[in-house]
Design a protein around this ligand. Structure first.
Ligand SMILES: [Mg+2]
Length: 201
């Protein structure tokens, strides 16, 4: 059986960005946020920063902290890769800043059997317009017909381009009406079951 390509997002799929930035913000900025407060993907809105540079300052300082450097993969994400690895290959598509390439590579180097073979840095629709390719453009280039994602905007972009999206439910992706190409799942075990239903021989 030829493996299909299931592209996956990185932050808040494998990497606990919002989970770990919560204690960081509390410690460093005395900002008390709960997971439910992240009801918008746009961190500037969640942090209630007047200027975007204030948000970037927090993020850049987070990238230097132990909460970033000592982060561990989100619960269930590695099992998801392991259980599906005989059916799918998993290229990463992330809109992280490109200067995090080395840290991103390091994070996935601990994954079993080099489960992730490639990392693609896409345009970030929230930070700046950017000249990089969008997620659906990268999906098309690498032949991915399925993507696992937690960001609604990227999910819709991909779905509109004919890509099947597995959307991992989170407080920041609640504003969507149903879309025929977007399957919302509550956890990795539901994501696995749905991905398996898409296996073709
Ligand atoms: Mg994400």
């Amino acid at each position: 059986m030829k493996k299909q390509t299931l592209a996956t997002d990185f932050d808040d799929i494998f990497f606990p960005l919002r989970e770990n930035i919560i204690p960081f913000l509390r410690e460093k900025y005395n900002l008390n946020l709960k997971r439910e407060d992240f009801n918008n993907y746009n961190l500037q809105k969640v942090f209630k920063d007047k200027y975007f540079w204030q948000t970037l300052e927090k993020l850049y300082s987070f990238y230097k902290s132990k909460y970033f450097k000592q982060a561990k993969p989100l619960k269930g994400s590695i099992e998801f890769l392991t259980e599906l690895s005989q059916y799918f290959s998993f290229p990463l598509i992330t809109s992280r800043p490109i200067f995090l390439r080395r840290e991103t590579k390091k994070f996935i180097s601990d994954f079993p059997n080099g489960a992730i073979k490639s990392i693609h840095f896409s345009r970030n629709n929230f930070a700046y317009a950017g000249s990089r390719k969008t997620k659906p453009q990268i999906c098309r280039d690498i032949g991915a017909k399925i993507i696992l994602e937690d960001c609604l905007e990227y999910a819709l972009q991909c779905a509109e381009e004919g890509i099947n999206v597995i959307l991992l439910d989170a407080p920041w992706n609640q504003t969507m009406e149903n879309h025929p190409r977007i399957k919302r799942v509550q956890n990795f075990s539901e994501a696995r079951d749905y991905a398996l239903s898409l296996v073709r021989i």
